[in-house]
Design a binder for this molecule. Structure first.
Ligand code: 6GU
Length: 255
């Protein structure tokens, strides 16, 4: 997969995208992530890439000329181009998987008040947001989106087992994890995990994932239980027990 990032701050990217998993995947040739400095394409004699907004108001707006020329120079015509913006489609696992299936895409990062709307229109850009809060620029959002998408590119995680496991539990929050030692300063690892009964371990993990989701994200639990998924008899028992408990808590709150 090839990703080209257009930005006024290319120096922000290497530390994040060249470390750890994504760094290894780039070295191994699974990924190619390139940054393009929009400033290199300005024809302004002061090398400016932005200007005051028509209609007045605070902040500066990215000018069309450097962006158009940078996009042309990197061959973005007709390609999937994402503009990072708080008014865009919210990034989620589904969008990340969709991007991971692309052979190539482009990402434009804006700053200041935003970018000239004609850049978005003329290049048929999709807008993507990483959440309902505002950052000073699109760069951090682009790194989040790219990291999340690259996890779904085959080979990037090293072992595909984690993704498989993730899909079994997709829609639930993660159950707790433990490693050695079994007793650390008096804090014990749950007994079931050290007894070696794999069926019981899976059920315990399923129960913990359900419980933490019920407590923290009842909206996610409801969606999970509505999804077309086959549950075993043991799993059904756990689900019923947790639903009884949470309904009891709800009734308690009503009184
Ligand atoms: Cl994509 N950009 C900016 N500037 N702020 C954001 C965002 C993007 N997503 C959430 N906040």
């Amino acid at each position: 997969m090839k990703i080209t990032i257009l930005t006024q701050f290319p120096e922000m990217f290497p530390g994040v995208l060249e470390a750890s998993m994504l760094g290894r995947a780039q070295q191994g040739g699974l990924l190619e992530i390139k940054t393009v400095n929009i400033r290199d394409y300005t024809k302004d004699k002061h090398r400016r890439t932005d200007d005051a907004p028509f209609g007045g108001g605070a902040g500066m707006v990215m000018s069309p000329q450097p962006a158009f020329d940078a996009l042309r120079a990197c061959g973005a015509e007709g390609k999937r181009i994402i503009y990072m913006s708080p008014r865009g489609r919210l990034l989620d696992q589904e969008l990340a998987q969709e991007l991971a299936a692309e052979e190539e895409f482009f990402v434009l990062c804006g700053h200041y008040e935003g970018i000239d709307e004609r850049i978005i229109e003329a290049w048929n850009m999709e807008e993507v947001s990483i959440g309902d809060y505002v950052l000073t620029g699109g760069e951090l959002a682009a790194m989040v989106m790219i990291d999340c998408a690259c996890r779904f590119v085959p080979g990037v995680l090293g072992s595909e087992v984690s993704l498989e496991e993730e899909s079994i539990y997709s829609g639930l929050l993660e159950y707790p994890h433990y490693t050695k030692p079994r007793n650390f300063e008096g804090y014990e690892v749950p007994q079931v995990l050290v007894e070696g009964n794999h069926k019981l371990i899976r059920l315990w993990q399923f129960e913990q994932a359900l419980r933490i989701t019920a407590r923290r994200r009842p909206d996610m639990l409801a969606a999970f239980l509505e999804s077309p998924r086959k549950f075993s008899k043991d799993e059904k028992k756990i689900i019923d027990e947790i639903l009884r408990e949470t309904q009891g808590i709800e009734a308690e709150k009503q009184r």
